[in-house]
Design a protein around this ligand. Structure first.
Ligand SMILES: [Cu+2]
Length: 176
C-alpha cells in the first residue's frame, strides 16, 4: 500500500519536474520555434538627435548588438517589444551597466527583484541607464547622458533568463 502511494507520488514529482524543466529550457532559449535562433550581429546607429531604436522579440534577441556614442552626449534609446507573448511571460527592458560590473551576477541577482523590474536593489549603483519593461507591441524609452569615461558598457535585458539566452549588447563610448 505504502509502496503504491510512493510510486504515484514519485510519478507526480517526475511530471512536475519535467514540466518545469521544459519551461526552464524555453526560458533559457534552448528551444527555438523553428530551430533557427536569431544571432544578429547588428551594429546600430544613433540619428542626428542622438536617438537609437532597438527591438526585442519573442526569441529573446535584440536586433542591435552594439552601437557607438560620444562621451557625455545625450542619448535616447527607444526599445520596442515586437513579440506577441503576454507580458508576464515575455517582457523586455534595456539596462546599461557600468564597466567592470559582472553582467551574469547582476542578471542572476535581479531574478528575485520583480518589484524593481528585475534590477537588484543592492547593485543599482551599477546602472548607467534603464528603460521600463515593455510588453508585446509596447515601446519604452530612456534619455540619459552617456558616461564621460570611454569604453565598452554592456546592456542587458533583466527579465529572468533573457540575459542567459543572449539578450545583451554593447554600448561603446568613444572619446568626444
Ligand atoms: Cu528580454
Amino acid at each position: 500500500m505504502d509502496n503504491k502511494i510512493g510510486k504515484i507520488f514519485h510519478l507526480a514529482c517526475l511530471r512536475i519536474f519535467c514540466r518545469d524543466f521544459s519551461v526552464g529550457l524555453l526560458a533559457a532559449g534552448f528551444l527555438t520555434l523553428n530551430g533557427s535562433s536569431l544571432t544578429a550581429d547588428e551594429v546600430g546607429q544613433l540619428n542626428d538627435e542622438g536617438v537609437i531604436e532597438i527591438t526585442g522579440n519573442d526569441q529573446m534577441k535584440f536586433d542591435v548588438s552594439s552601437f557607438e556614442v560620444k562621451a557625455g552626449q545625450e542619448v535616447t534609446i527607444i526599445l520596442k517589444n515586437i513579440g506577441k507573448l503576454p507580458k508576464v511571460a515575455m517582457a523586455h527592458n534595456i539596462v546599461i551597466i557600468q564597466q567592470g560590473t559582472d553582467a551574469m551576477k547582476f542578471a542572476m541577482a535581479g531574478i528575485s527583484s520583480k518589484d524593481t523590474d528585475y534590477v537588484p536593489p543592492a547593485m543599482k549603483e551599477s546602472v548607467v541607464a534603464m528603460t521600463d519593461l515593455a510588453g508585446p507591441g509596447e515601446s519604452v524609452k530612456v534619455t540619459f547622458t552617456a558616461p564621460s569615461e570611454p569604453g565598452d558598457y554592456a546592456y542587458i535585458c533583466t527579465f529572468p533568463g533573457h540575459f542567459m539566452a543572449g539578450m545583451k549588447g554593447l554600448m561603446v563610448v568613444k572619446d568626444s
